[in-house]
Design a protein around this ligand. Structure first.
Ligand code: FPP
Length: 253
């Protein structure tokens, strides 16, 4: 049971998969004359709060866009700080994840991560692999276009090996070749800090996802703001390109 106010929510109609573009750490810090790294540190506390809240609500999948393929171009100091925050987050949260039955997945090109972060990530993935209450997809060194390119390559290799015919490549085949193969498509995308962009996140996976943009900066995004996002989602009329009477109540995959 959630220990925060969920009275505005219909618990029977929560999304199954929430994806979040966590934006605004830098602005949060700048407004307080702090370094951007301080903003990321506060952002880590929001990550912890939102993972916990997601589990308490009983939502089974959460994706967090933690580091994009483009983020490697940030100043080296900031990249190092983000890597070190990720490593520390995994190290300090692992016991709580085990206790809460949270499974961690890495989505993206983890081969680019520093070995110490990759080791921590591999160990968290391995230790939590049988946990079933909540799956958290950590998108690190992730780019939506790269994900699609990798899927195309994998399918091409299947064709070359004679295991797949080109005419059998369908939407399901592409979906199962993406980094998110083991997750349903997101029902809700939340983006903090007011930007109206997808920023090369889940390009394929967001086809029918409801998008909610809030002005709250990520370090200020906690349980109350999450509940507000979920309440907005519940007011949406999801039609999946059909007319209202025919539309399913949950995600059409
Ligand atoms: C966007 O803020 C945020 C990021 C690029 C990184 C997100 C990282 C965290 C929340 C901390 C660590 C993550 C985990 C999973 C423990 P920004 O820097 O783009 O902000 P700005 O747009 O205001 O500059």
């Amino acid at each position: 049971m959630a220990d925060f106010d969920t009275s505005v929510l219909d618990m029977a109609r929560l999304p199954q998969h929430v994806a979040i573009i966590m934006d605004g750490n830098g602005r949060w810090a700048q407004r307080r004359s702090m370094s951007r790294v301080e903003g990321h540190k506060r952002g880590k506390d929001s990550v912890r709060a939102i993972v916990e809240a997601t589990r308490k609500l009983g939502i089974p999948y959460l994706s967090l866009f933690a580091f994009s393929t483009e983020n490697w171009q940030r100043p080296r100091r900031e990249v190092n700080a983000l890597m070190s925050l990720l490593r520390r987050y995994l190290r300090t949260e692992i016991e709580r994840m085990m206790h809460n039955e949270v499974r961690v997945l890495a989505i993206g090109d983890v081969s680019k991560l520093p070995p110490s972060v990759r080791d921590e990530l591999d160990s968290a993935i391995e230790r939590t692999r049988d946990n079933q209450r909540l799956t958290v997809g950590l998108c690190v060194s992730y780019g939506g276009r790269e994900d699609i390119v990798n899927a195309a390559r994998a399918l091409g290799a299947e064709v070359e090996a004679g295991r797949l015919r080109p005419q059998d490549i369908d939407e399901a085949a592409v979906s199962r070749s993406l980094g998110t193969a083991s997750m349903p498509d997101p029902d809700l995308l939340i983006r903090t800090s007011g930007e109206m962009r997808i920023s090369n996140f889940y390009l394929w996976q967001l086809a029918y996802t409801e998008i909610y943009v809030t002005d709250a900066l990520w370090p200020d995004f906690r349980e109350a703001q999450y509940v507000e996002a979920l309440a907005h989602y519940q007011q949406r009329d999801r039609r999946f390109g059909r007319v209202a009477e025919e539309a399913p109540r949950s995600a059409a995959q």
